[in-house]
Design a binder for this molecule. Structure first.
Ligand SMILES: NC(=O)c1ccc[n+]([C@@H]2O[C@H](COP(=O)([O-])OP(=O)(O)OC[C@H]3O[C@@H](n4cnc5c(N)ncnc54)[C@H](OP(=O)(O)O)[C@@H]3O)[C@@H](O)[C@H]2O)c1
Length: 299
C-alpha cells in the first residue's frame, strides 16, 4: 500500500509511520521543506499553495494530519488564525491536487477532533450528533467541509475525530506528567466535565482500520468507549503514578493563563461514543483508562 501522509513529524504521524512501516506499507511524507534526495519525501507548501499533483499519482491512500498545534499555550487571535489557516489551506490544496490525478486514491483520512461537538455536559454524543458552538467547533466544521471536493470525486473520506490521544511522547498527557510527578496534578476546574480520550495504540489502530475498512466513511469518533470526568482522569493518573492528587486547577486561573483555550479545550465537557468504530468491530486494545495509562507509562 502506498500512503502519502502530511504532518508525519507530529505525535500521531510519527506513530503511524512506524506502524505502517512494520506492516509493509510504503509511506510518502509530505514535508514543508525541500524533500531529501533518496527518500520518499514529497515537498509541499500549504501556505503558498504549492504541491505538484503528479507527486501523488499512484497513492492508494492519503492521511492528512498537518495543522498548527492546538495544545501548546495561550490561544491568541494570531494563533487562532494560524490554527484555521493551517488546516483549511492544507486540506483545500490537498483536495485540489487529488482532483487532478488520473487514478485518485481510494481513501483520504483527514484528522479532525471531538471539539466538533462543543460543550455537551453529561449528554453522550455520537457521529450523528450535530456540531456544537465556539471557535473549535466552527473550525472543525470548516476543516471537515474543506475535504468536500475529495468526497465529491468519489474518494472515501474519513474524518478522524480524535479525542485526547494519550502518549508519554507528546500531547496533553506528556504536558501534564511533570506536574503529576511533582504531586501538583489535579482535576481541571470543577472536575465534573467529561474527557474523551484514546490510547495512542488505539488511535493508530483506528486510523489503520479506517484506511482498510470500506465500511468506515465520513465522521468517525476516535475515542475510547469509556470517557471519564476530569476528576476521574486526575485520580487515575495519580494512582498509576503513585502520587497524591489534591490540587484542582481553578477555572479562573486556567482562563487567565490560557485564554479561550481553557474553556474550549480543558473545561469543556464532551462525552463521546465511538459509534462507528464499535459498529465496525474495532478491537480496542485499551478501552479502560487505568489500563491505558499503565500501558503507555509502563507502570
Ligand atoms: N494529539 C491529539 O490528542 C489530537 C486530538 C484531536 C485532534 N488532533 C488533530 O490531529 C492532527 C494530528 O495531531 P498531532 O497530535 O500529531 O499534531 P502535532 O504533533 O501538533 O503535529 C502536527 C504536524 O502538522 C504539521 N504542522 C505544524 N504546524 C503547521 C502549520 N502551521 N501548517 C501546516 N502544517 C503544520 C507538522 O508536521 P510537518 O512539520 O511534518 O509538516 C506537525 O508535526 C492535528 O491536526 C490535531 O489537531 C490531535
Amino acid at each position: 500500500m502506498n500512503i502519502a501522509i502530511t504532518g508525519a513529524s507530529g505525535l500521531i504521524g510519527r506513530m503511524l509511520v512506524a506502524h505502517a512501516a512494520s506492516h509493509g506499507a510504503r509511506l510518502y511524507p509530505l514535508v514543508r521543506r525541500q524533500a531529501q534526495l533518496g527518500t520518499l519525501e514529497i515537498s509541499w507548501d500549504p501556505h503558498l499553495g504549492v504541491l505538484a499533483a503528479a507527486d501523488l499519482e499512484g497513492m492508494d491512500a492519503v492521511v492528512h494530519l498537518a495543522g498548527e498545534n492546538l495544545g501548546s499555550g495561550r490561544w491568541t487571535a494570531a494563533r487562532k488564525a494560524r490554527f484555521r489557516a493551517s488546516r483549511l489551506q492544507s486540506t483545500t490544496l490537498l483536495c485540489r491536487a487529488l482532483s487532478q490525478l488520473r487514478r485518485p486514491p481510494e481513501v483520504l483520512v483527514v484528522a479532525s477532533a471531538v471539539g466538533y461537538y462543543g460543550d455537551r455536559g453529561d449528554v453522550e454524543v455520537n457521529e450523528d450528533t450535530g456540531p456544537g458552538r465556539g471557535f473549535l467547533a466552527e473550525l472543525v466544521q470548516a476543516w471537515e467541509a474543506a475535504a468536500g471536493p475529495a468526497r465529491d470525486m468519489g474518494i472515501r473520506v474519513v474524518h478522524a475525530r480524535f479525542g485526547i490521544v494519550l502518549s508519554r511522547h507528546g500531547g496533553a498527557l506528556a504536558r501534564q506528567l511533570p506536574l503529576f510527578r511533582w504531586g501538583l496534578g489535579g482535576p481541571l476546574g470543577s472536575g465534573h466535565q467529561y474527557v474523551s480520550w484514546i490510547a495512542a495504540t488505539d488511535a493508530i489502530g483506528a486510523v489503520w482500520q479506517a484506511l482498510h475498512d470500506a465500511t468506515l466513511n465520513g465522521p468517525c469518533n476516535i475515542v475510547s468507549p469509556q470517557p471519564v470526568t476530569s476528576a476521574e482522569f486526575a485520580g487515575t493518573l495519580g494512582r498509576v503514578l503513585r502520587r497524591p492528587v489534591w490540587l484542582p486547577a481553578p477555572a479562573f486561573a486556567l482562563r487567565l493563563l490560557l485564554g479561550d483555550m481553557a474553556d474550549e479545550a480543558l473545561l469543556v465537557s464532551t462525552r463521546v461514543r465511538p459509534g462507528c468504530l464499535l459498529s465496525a468491530g474495532y478491537p480496542f486494545v485499551c478501552p479502560e483508562l487505568e489500563a491505558a495509562l499503565r500501558h503507555e507509562l509502563n507502570r
